[in-house]
Design a protein around this ligand. Structure first.
Ligand code: PNS
Length: 165
């Protein structure tokens, strides 16, 4: 039984993340989406809200579990009995950070392997940061995030959606 972790901040989950979740869930028996509970990163959404959004958008995926973690990813992986970490790679700019992280994690937990999935081309430019910036200025994020998330962003930024105003 292959158990894997897809870790991240997911502040908030985008269609890019969802693409990686769907594709990973087909490759492994059980996928744990690990949501980092780290207030030092000053997230827009609380850990609880990020977990709820992820749960809402993955209900159709029976082998996907959403779990909160803090501390080291390797410790969380051990606790969850996962042997594989999955990360999405968008562009060359992601590579240096991802390489450093995977090599550090491998040093800390030699039994853990990181597998990279390249993001689907239509999401290669997408990031939670960009989505938040668009939403903050009242832009339409319909094509970037699921409806549940769009509504949460609108509430967070207290802006009516552009396409309805
Ligand atoms: O979506 P993000 O913010 O790029 O995800 C980064 C994440 C959560 C995968 C990374 O910050 C992480 O694993 N943090 C846990 C702390 C840790 O284990 N650090 C050592 C690895 S470099």
């Amino acid at each position: 039984m292959l158990r894997a972790i897809y870790p991240g901040s997911f502040d908030p989950v985008t269609y890019g993340h969802l693409d990686i979740i769907r594709r990973s869930a087909k490759l492994v028996d059980h996928l744990i989406v690990g949501v980092l509970n780290n207030n030092a990163k000053m997230p827009l959404f609380s850990a609880k809200e990020r977990v709820k959004m992820l749960k809402d958008v993955t209900t159709a995926l029976p082998n996907v579990e959403i779990a909160l973690f803090d501390g080291l990813l390797v410790d969380f992986a051990k606790k969850m009995e996962a042997r594989v970490i999955i990360r999405g790679l968008r562009a060359i700019t992601d590579f240096e950070y991802e390489l450093q992280m995977s090599q550090t994690n491998h040093k800390l937990g030699p039994e853990l392997e990181t597998i990279f999935l390249t993001t689907s081309i239509e999401y290669s430019y997408l990031s939670s940061t960009t989505v938040k910036e668009i939403a903050a200025f009242g832009g339409d994020v319909t094509q970037f995030v699921p409806d549940e998330v769009r509504r949460k962003l609108e509430v967070a930024f207290q802006t009516p959606p552009n396409h309805l105003s």
